[in-house]
Design a protein around this ligand. Sequence first.
Ligand SMILES: N[C@@H](CCC(=O)N[C@@H](CS)C(=O)NCC(=O)O)C(=O)O
Length: 215
Amino acid sequence: MKFYDSLGLPNPDRVRIALAEKGVLDQVEIIQVNLWEGEHRTAAFKAKNPSVTVPLLELDDGTALSETTAITEYIDHTFEGIPLTGRGAKERAVVHMMQRRGEQKIVDAIGTYFHHATLGFGPEIELNQNKAWGDAHLQKTLDGMAYFDAVLRDQRHIAGANYSMADITVFTGLNFSETYPKVMVPQGLTALNEWRACIGARASCAFVPETMKGR
Ligand SMILES: N[C@@H](CCC(=O)N[C@@H](CS)C(=O)NCC(=O)O)C(=O)O
């Protein structure tokens, strides 16, 4: 199995953490794709993923899986270990709902700010920038952080009592926010910061710099 990765970017990091949670990261061939160099826009990569995004998981039979949630479902149902996508109908529905909120309110919001209101991947990749659109997503990201802080005041994890892919999505989105566009999680969001420290302490997050684990 081949994992097309770009270390430090939120969606590939979601797959890295899911594989690590299942204890199978070392069973996968990892290929780093440099997005700043446009390596995801080559004809060869586009043939594998027409959406020209990472992550991509290429199975031994040649099946090329893109879309991080789909990949996480595959990992969760292929390997033993802690469930990542919920147990039973209701929990699975809540995990998917909260994970999608994590994408919309954090990962996609900060991604839009990064691509449109900062240099992003550079002028050769960011061909359709719209600064006003990007700027609007800065506030959306900050609102998302406040939303998840409020959620975590009432429950241990993003989707309820149990750890899930929803935690992974929000965690990797916050790391990206602080690393690249330098939008920091406000210190006053104590529930979010405490949760972040707990998630960051998991063995699956050993690759994440200590400075990205809440404060
Ligand atoms: N919906 C996709 C989004 C994947 C995505 O946007 N990945 C980013 C890296 S985190 C990417 O490859 N961006 C390439 C680009 O913006 O040109 C998923 O869930 O996998």
